[in-house]
Design a binder for this molecule. Structure first.
Ligand code: 6GU
Length: 240
């Protein structure tokens, strides 16, 4: 197990967006406890001209502006000693999923490059061997909200952030199934009954009901996850 803090290093034009929501709740507590650290670096400080220009028009024409490779390279050089993979947040990237989150949590940290405007000159992304990551098929105004999302997902996996190791095991995307619906007291709410089995005290039957519900909900809500789950259960079958 890792005994030093997980280090998030963020290159951004908007350092004031951090820690933002990561300063509260579970992430905020673990930040204060030193389980992870956050360092932001303002990309603008690496501009070389007196106007502190960080972007330029796209070669070949087109809308918007592109972050200059020399400026981004200087920012990356400045954090050369920061641990972990270099991630460029872009809707063109590999879709974030729980296996990637786990991989990042197992490293000593991650360096995040947040793009704004239309994006970053591809040459610096390629030259630095950056991993390109997207958080979903929609467009954000910049990579900052995506970085916050990735860090939130990573931090809750770090040892000591969530009480028992137990609490991760039955989660969606750890089991490959969505979690079953949740209910609390009162059992009768406005005449609507919570499932009777949950009040039976019969732990084996409750576990079986939850498994069946998780399977049904996954099949109905996320046929894509359901197919992957079935293939994981039956590695020989290629269709179901
Ligand atoms: Cl990583 N960046 C931006 N700008 N938009 C996104 C995204 C990232 N992931 C999904 N949409």
């Amino acid at each position: 197990m890792k005994d030093s803090a997980w280090q998030a290093t963020i290159l951004t034009l908007f350092p004031e967006m951090f820690p933002g929501p990561l300063g509260t709740s579970l992430a905020g507590k673990s930040l204060k406890d030193g389980i992870w650290t956050l360092k932001t670096l303002d990309i603008r400080q690496f501009a070389s001209d007196k106007h502190r220009t960080v972007d330029d028009t796209p070669l070949g024409g087109g809308v918007g502006m592109v972050l200059k490779p020399d400026v981004v390279a200087a920012a990356l050089d400045h954090v050369a000693d920061a641990p972990g993979p270099r991630i460029y947040l872009t809707p063109r990237g590999r879709p974030l999923d729980q296996p990637l989150v786990r991989e990042l949590a197992q490293s000593d940290g991650t360096v995040f490059l947040c793009g704004r405007y239309e994006g970053v000159d591809q040459r610096v992304v390629d030259a630095a061997g950056m991993m390109e990551v997207s958080i979903g098929d929609y467009i954000l105004s910049g990579g900052e909200m995506a970085a916050l999302t990735v860090i939130d997902a990573v931090v809750r996996l770090l040892p000591g952030v969530i009480g028992k190791e137990e609490s991760h095991r039955e989660e969606s995307f750890e089991t490959g199934l969505l979690e079953p619906s949740l209910y609390t007291h009162p059992r009768d709410w406005n005449g609507i009954q919570a499932p009777e089995i949950l009040a039976s005290g019969h732990h084996r039957k409750i576990a079986e009901w939850r498994q069946a519900e998780a399977e049904r909900e996954t099949r109905e809500r996320r046929p894509d996850l359901w197919q992957r789950y079935l293939q994981g259960q039956m590695p020989d079958k290629d269709e179901q």
